[in-house]
Structures are given as C-alpha cells and as structure tokens.
Design a protein around this ligand. Sequence first.
Ligand code: UDP
Length: 328
Amino acid sequence: MRILITGGAGYVGSACLRYVAERGHEVLAYDNLVQGHAAAVADHPLVVGDIADTDKLTATLTEFGADAVMHFAAATDVGESVKDPEYHYRNNVGGTLSLLNAMRAAGVRRMLFSSTSSAYGLTDEVPMTEKTRLQPMNPYAASKTAVEWMVRDFAHAYGFGYMFLRYFNACGADPDGAHGEDHRPENHLIPRVLQAALGQREKIMIFGTDYPTPDGSCIRDYVHTRDLADAHLRAIEATTPETAEVFNIGTGQGHSVKEIIAACEKITGRAIPQEVAPRRPGDPTALVADPTKLKTVLGWEPRYTAIEDTITTAWAWHQGHPDGYGDR
Ligand code: UDP
C-alpha cells in the first residue's frame, strides 16, 4: 500500500512510519517540521508542507499515488490548548478539513485518524471502551472530537473508509535507541522525569495529589510507540473504502504519576527530586483503556506490558541523545 503520513516527522507519526515501512509498505511523510524532526523520518521520503495547504497536499497525494492516509499532524499540547484554543482548532479542525478536501480531490479513500483517549475526559467509567460517552474537558480533546464528527460525515457523504484510533499515553523509544521523544517544549511526564534524572531539569512537579485515586495523583495508560505502530499497521491493512470503525489503543493498565516517578527512579538508579504542584488545568483524573476490541477484531497484543520495559527504552534514548535529535 502507498501510505501518506501527515505528521510523519512527529513522535508517534514517525514511529508508525518506520514500522509500516519495515513491513513492506511504501510511505511518504508530509510534515511542516514545526514540531517534527527530519531525522525521525530516517531515510524515508519527506515532503515539507503544511496540511492547511490543500493544493500542495492534493498534488503530493496525486503524484505519490496514495492508497491511504494516516493522519497524525496536529497540535497536541493540552496545557497550550487551554491557553490558546484558536491554534488548536485551526490546526486540528481546519487542517483536517483541508486534508479531507485534498483526499477528495486526489481520490484517496482510506484514512486512519489519530484521535485521543482524552476525548472521554470527564467520565467516571474506568477503563473506557469505545462506547464510553465522549466528554472532552479541554480544547485539545474537543478539537479531536470535532474532527471525529467531521470525518464521519465526510466519509458518509463522499464515500471513503476510516478508522479512529483513540490513543492513551504514547511513550517509549525504538528499541535500537535511534528514535525517541523530543518535544520542544517537553511537557510529557516520562521524558520530563528522565530529564530530571539526567540533571537537565531541576525537579519534577507532580500536578495535583488531591485527585480521587489511591495515591492522589492522576492515572494514565502508558502505551509504547512500537505497540501503537503495530495497531496502525493492522488497522490500515484492514481499512477498506467502506470501513467505519473506532479503536482504543492502550494496554489496559493504569499507572499514577507517583508510580511513574518511582519506576523511573528504579530504572535509572537515581533519586528524582520532586515537588507537589497545583493541578494542571484540563487534566482528567484517570484514563485507562479497555483494549478488548482492538485485540479481538484486529488481533493486537501489546508487547510492552510492563511499564519498566517501556521506560527502559525511553531511558536508553535520553541517555544516548541528551539533546534529542539535536536540530533545535
Ligand atoms: N504530569 C505531571 N508533571 C509533569 C508532567 C505531567 O504531574 O511535569 C502529569 C499530568 O498532570 C498528567 C500525567 O502526568 O496527569 C500525564 O501527563 P502527560 O502530559 O504526559 O500526558 P497527557 O495525559 O496530558 O496526555
């Protein structure tokens, strides 16, 4: 299959790109490199462009002869979305509208969309199935939820197939140590804790210890990018122009912020300075997947089931690449 990957130079997009390419698909990354890194695409082809540029996208899809699109390009920072929702709606909703129009013009009839577990937001239902009601509680999650509705309507009216993949917390690095997480600024928990272990960050702030969880800190389901990528491979190979599906991608296990810090201390063998801070606006209490549907329908099984194994890959990346990809 020829697969165009928007956001293909980003953290999750590039992990999926490398994985599906390893398994014989022809890939093309399309990325504006605002957040992405050309080095993350390795020696695969990259077109530098913005998804808002419908003409460039249409020409790229047509020239490449794309059979399918994996759509990762998005603004993803929850805290930033609370402060600047316009940017998130413009990038995520406006950008996807542009992509859908380019796909229509180029006759591309299969799409995977990177959605998010945070769309479940304010629910008491843990773990979440795909039928759990969507109650996004921050502008990032709301923009992703809006895109789901938009893609569903376009697919119905204009005839293409889609799958929505609702990710829980992507983490980890390629086991060969060559590719990993490098966000600027870095706001995600595991890389921040590992940066503190390396002395690149003075301490880790725990955003809230008054949540209704056993230790008071937020709970998330941390899924390795290789396992995420394997879900994408299975999903794209099962998508036809008639498909209309939603899958959660998570391990089914939740870990609190404090548990993550303790696991990082164990793996790095270093004490990590930490301090309790106020809650971060927009943070749901607990997000844990029920991945039964992904397992039964697509035969997916996560290989990284122990959080220590996942953190070990991330630690190898951070130690080997203290300056990330070194391009910022
Ligand atoms: N978190 C934290 N300190 C940090 C970064 C994150 O306590 O320096 C918490 C955050 O409040 C959330 C969890 O760690 O409960 C995971 O946050 P992250 O930004 O990694 O992912 P999110 O769940 O927001 O997508």
